[in-house]
Design a protein around this ligand. Structure first.
Ligand SMILES: [Zn+2]
Ligand SMILES: [Zn+2]
Length: 213
């Protein structure tokens, strides 16, 4: 009775270790990740940026002809410099906005790629954005499920939550034959009791039975 919370903590730690292991294998690279953001969205953001630039400069030049533009008098005499300064301001603002939009698009695509609820996570991140800034993204990156990965036996793509490969019935969550704790398929020895996992060939069968329970 008293050791129940302890066992829950243990299995939670085991699960975390396996998720970390799986994540490390994902080996994500920034530019490859960037590519999951849809092309049309990048084009749209670029078009909007150019549009904002053109509108801002046109409006400011028109205003400066009437003598009421947004810049101090010494810049007013130099429309080229004023336009350049304005372009800088618009670029800075657009850059911040674009980063936000790309992050949202990434969360949306990445969540659906990982079999998570894309709509739910996108909405959550948007809701947190005004008050908490990027905390929604941080929560997402901490909570996200591992990517689907190839089955260690047949190479068929399996989800991170699968217990068995649907193609070859390979046990995807093998456990130690001695202490019955879950181990990663790459472990040579059990991290809990030190049992030699390669020696006990029956481990797969035993863990298969355990997973069914
Ligand atoms: Zn398989
Ligand atoms: Zn063990």
């Amino acid at each position: 009775m008293s050791d129940y919370p302890q066992r829950v903590t243990d299995s939670f730690n085991e699960r975390k270790r396996l998720i970390r292991l799986r994540r490390k294998k994902e080996n994500l690279r920034f530019w490859e990740e960037f590519r999951i953001i849809p092309r049309w969205l990048m084009a749209l953001v670029a078009i909007l940026y150019v549009l904002a630039l053109v509108i801002a400069i046109t409006v400011n030049l028109a205003a400066s002809r009437n003598g009421n533009d947004m810049f101090p008098p010494d810049l007013r005499d130099n429309p080229a410099l004023a336009s350049l300064a304005l372009a800088g301001l618009v670029t800075a603002a657009s850059l911040g906005l674009a980063i936000m939009i790309f992050f949202l698009a990434y969360v949306n695509r990445d969540a659906s790629r990982r079999g998570m609820s894309a709509a739910l996570w996108t909405i959550l991140v948007i809701i947190l954005l005004p008050a908490w800034g990027f905390i929604g993204f941080v929560i997402y990156f901490l909570m996200r499920e591992p990517l689907p990965y190839p089955c260690p036996q047949c190479g068929n793509t399996v989800g991170a939550r699968f217990n068995f490969c649907p193609n070859c019935k390979c046990n995807l969550h093998p456990s130690c034959s001695q202490c019955k704790r879950e181990v990663a398929e790459t472990d040579k020895f059990c991290p809990n009791c030190g049992n030699d996992l390669k020696m006990s060939s029956s481990a797969v069968e035993i863990s298969a039975q355990r997973s069914v329970e």
